[in-house]
Structure formats: structure tokens, C-alpha cells
Design a protein around this ligand. Structure first.
Ligand SMILES: *Cc1c(COP(=O)(O)O)cnc(C)c1O
Length: 427
């Protein structure tokens, strides 16, 4: 913790005054009453994302079918253009990334491409803390190969229920493993896995490795190409603020370019010959080959404006501020909520902590409801997790301070006790 730290409003305001990213806050639609700490689940709308969406709608209005090739952002190559803009955020070359599909669909595509059970190597290596959708995708891919998920899906366990030990994952990388799928940042605890090391060892053992970047893209820098990661996939609607259901992203390392997509469609095609309408697919020479069908143009459009903001702010400055804010938030929890039953589920070290703080409390459901009633938007995850994500582009230190002040009031007055213990439908 910063030795100048004080749990005062004054100190929060000092931090805001020194914040080089403070100007980006006005790019976003924020409700002055509400302290939004859920940008890791659904990022807020920016004026620039709204403008690019409007621009694409106007192209539809003005050009009709010709919008595929005319207008400011021709739709035919929009997925590749956005891939080029996403590439620096994952540490890849422009032709290694494409904006397409969704997290789950992209995982299916990548498993269909990279999961090749053969001889003794039949297993998928994953972890016990992964997001259910990823696990369902892996289980169904195993079933498609006629393999029993109970036998062929290995889920590395967690000692504390919050974090994973890289050693245990490495120990599980045996000769029976055909592919490894792991999160970059765990969605509940916010732990960052050591992607570089895991990749190095997976490659030494000839196991293709892919990462789910949902909770890291837009929050932390990556060097996927340098690390040698085989593939990655993610959604753009969390830290990247591309809107509900916004189109996702997919990365495949250059050494795999030329490999046939497991799930092909006409947008897997080399664009120069796509409209020849030949029944023999000529796949694109780059990561574009892993697209399937027509891009969801209106769901891609907000990402155009949103990525301009990331290019200006820079992911390294975003990460620096994010670490400062989560460290500050943890400092406030320690100073103000001591003895009230909270503990941290996230790693405390900077290099192992993603973009959010994971507060554990046995009354997490009721506390989350009470926070919402007080215009603080957290994110509850069963059974006992309250995730709090200060977002570097739009959350102020003053808001972090105020959120913890309100939380303290709720705890002292025991106001949360008036809520039922059942969680809502969404979180
Ligand atoms: C958000 C998230 C998803 C969501 O997948 P969709 O296909 O976009 O619904 C999947 N996996 C992880 C780890 C996530 O954080």
C-alpha cells in the first residue's frame, strides 16, 4: 500500500487530481447518482461507441447492399479491420486477430480446429474454476468425438476455492493431454495465470494451449505472439465496452495459419474469391479463416468507437491506473471494514491480480442487494463473492471512496439483513 494512503475523501480527491486518464471519464454515459463497479461484466456506453454504431446504421440507410463495400467502414472487411485494432491489446500481429463470433462460439471453433484426439492423447485439460459456458463447450466437443467427458475432461482443482496453482496445472500436462484451455484471468477471483510460463511448458510437451481472455482484454496487456500462445478467444463487451452481446474476438498464432478451420463457412474464405461461390473452400491465409458466417455488423459497430479510446489511453496506462485503483480499494476495505467479516479472494500481488477485487463475505447476496439500493453496482457471484471493478477509463477514486463509505454504513446499520437471501436471475 502507498505510504501516503489515507482513508479520507481528501486523499481520494488528490488521487483524482493526479490521474492522467481522468479526462476519459467524460467520454462515457455515467449516471451521476450511480457508482458503477460492474464494468467487468458489462462495460458502459461511450459517446464514441454510440457514434460508430450510428455511422454504421447510416451506411445501411444510405447505401443499402453497397454498404458491404462503401461508406466509412465497409462491412465486408470490418471484422479484419477491427482485428487489426484489437491486436495490440493482445500482443499479436494484425493478421492474427479477427473480431468475430462470441466467446463460446469461438471456443467451439478453436476446439473443432485444435482438439485432435489421437492414440493416448485424448484429454482436454481445463480447470475447476472455469466459467460454465467454456466447460459446456468442452464437454460437448468431447461428446462429438464419442468420448465421455467424465473421463476425458481434466479439471485441475483449487486448494482455496478461489485461485489456481500453476504447478498443479503443469503437473497435469501429461502425455494424455491433447489440448489445454485456461482463463487468462479467473472470472471470480480475478487471479491472473502466468500465461507465458504455462505456454512455454505446454509447448515443450507438444500440447496446444489456448486462453479465454474475457476478463483480461482491455484490463491488462498481453504478449500472446511472443509467448507463443496457440490460440485465444474472448468477448468485447466487458472491459472493452462494445455493448451487450457485442461481437467477440479470436486469435490464432501465425504458425497455424493455413490450417483448415474445424467449423467452416463462407466467411472462412479468402476474400478475393469468396464471391466466386465455388463449392470448394479456399480458406483465408490468416486468422480470418476461423470466421464462419456473415458478420453481425450492428453488434460490431460500437467496437469501432470504443477501440479508438483504448488506442488513445493506451493499455499500459490503463493497467497502471487499474492496479492503483484496486490497491486503493483494498486499502479502504482494510481500513474501514476491519472485523466485519470480509476477506479477499483475489491475489494481493499486483502481477497476479486482474482488474477487479473479489470480496468474500457469507452475506454476499444480501450485501450486494443493499449496495444496489444505495446506487452502488457490484456484481454478485454465488455463493459468497462480491466483485468490485473500478474501471480505469471511467471510475474516479472519489467514487471508490464513496462506494466503500456506503458499504460501511450498510454493514454498521446491518441494513442488508432486511433483504431475502435468494439471488436475482442475473447475478
Ligand atoms: C463472459 C464470459 C463468457 C461469456 O461467453 P459468451 O459466449 O459471450 O456468452 C464466457 N467465458 C468467460 C470466462 C466469461 O468471462
Amino acid at each position: 500500500m502507498d505510504e501516503r494512503f489515507q482513508p479520507t475523501m481528501d486523499y481520494a480527491e488528490q488521487l483524482d487530481a493526479q490521474d492522467e486518464l481522468a479526462a476519459f471519464r467524460k467520454e462515457f454515459y455515467l449516471d451521476e447518482e450511480t457508482i458503477y463497479l460492474d464494468g467487468n461484466s458489462l462495460g458502459l456506453l461511450s459517446r464514441r461507441a454510440e457514434a460508430s454504431l450510428t455511422e454504421v446504421l447510416s451506411a445501411w440507410r444510405d447505401y443499402g447492399i453497397d454498404g458491404w463495400t462503401e461508406g466509412k467502414y465497409p462491412w465486408f472487411t470490418l471484422s479484419e479491420q477491427l482485428g487489426e485494432k484489437l491486436a495490440p491489446l493482445v500482443g499479436a500481429e494484425a493478421d492474427e486477430v479477427v473480431a468475430t463470433g462470441s466467446t463460446t462460439v469461438n471456443l467451439h471453433q478453436l476446439l473443432a480446429t485444435f482438439y485432435r484426439p489421437e492414440g493416448k492423447r485424448t484429454k482436454i485439460l481445463a480447470d475447476s474454476l472455469n466459467f460454465p459456458s467454456d466447460i459446456y463447450a468442452m464437454q460437448s466437443q468431447l461428446a462429438l468425438h464419442g468420448l465421455d467427458p467424465a473421463q476425458h475432461l481434466i479439471r485441475v482443482g483449487s486448494e482455496d476455492g478461489c485461485t489456481l496453482d500453476e504447478e498443479a496445472i503443469i503437473d497435469a500436462m501429461t502425455e494424455e493431454v491433447a489440448v489445454t484451455i485456461l482463463p487468462s484471468v479467473l472470472y471470480r477471483s480475478g487471479q491472473i495465470l502466468d500465461m507465458e510460463r504455462l505456454t512455454r511448458i505446454a509447448r515443450e510437451r507438444d500440447i496446444p494451449i489456448g486462453f479465454d481472455l474475457c476478463h483480461s482484454i482491455g484490463a491488462i496487456p498481453h504478449e500472446l505472439t511472443t509467448w507463443g500462445v496457440d490460440f485465444a478467444f474472448w468477448c468485447n463487451y466487458k472491459y472493452l465496452n462494445s455493448g451487450p452481446g457485442g461481437v467477440g474476438g479470436l486469435y490464432v498464432h501465425r504458425r497455424h495459419h493455413g490450417r483448415a478451420p474445424g467449423l467452416a463457412g463462407w466467411f472462412s474464405s479468402d476474400k478475393a474469391v469468396q464471391f466466386d461461390m465455388d463449392h470448394r473452400l479456399t480458406p483465408a491465409a490468416d486468422t480470418g479463416a476461423f470466421q464462419i458466417g456473415t458478420p453481425h455488423v450492428l453488434s460490431l459497430a460500437p467496437l469501432i468507437g470504443s477501440l479508438e479510446i483504448f488506442a488513445e489511453a493506451g493499455i499500459h496506462r490503463i493497467r497502471t491506473k487499474s492496479l492503483r485503483q484496486t490497491r486503493y480499494l483494498m486499502g479502504l476495505v482494510e481500513a474501514e471494514l476491519d472485523g466485519m467479516g470480509f476477506s479477499f479472494g483475489n491475489p494481493l500481488e499486483d502481477h497476479r491480480r486482474g482488474g477487479h477485487v473479489c470480496l468474500l463475505h457469507e452475506e454476499a447476496v444480501r450485501i450486494s442487494k443493499s449496495l444496489k439500493e444505495h446506487w452502488v453496482i457490484p456484481d454478485f457471484r454465488a455463493p459468497d463473492v462480491i466483485r468490485l471493478a473500478p474501471i480505469a477509463l471511467y471510475t474516479s477514486y472519489r467514487e471508490v471512496w464513496e462506494a466503500i463509505r456506503r458499504l460501511k454504513e450498510i454493514m454498521e446499520s446491518r441494513e442488508y439483513e432486511k433483504y431475502p437471501k435468494e439471488r436475482g436471475v442475473v447475478a
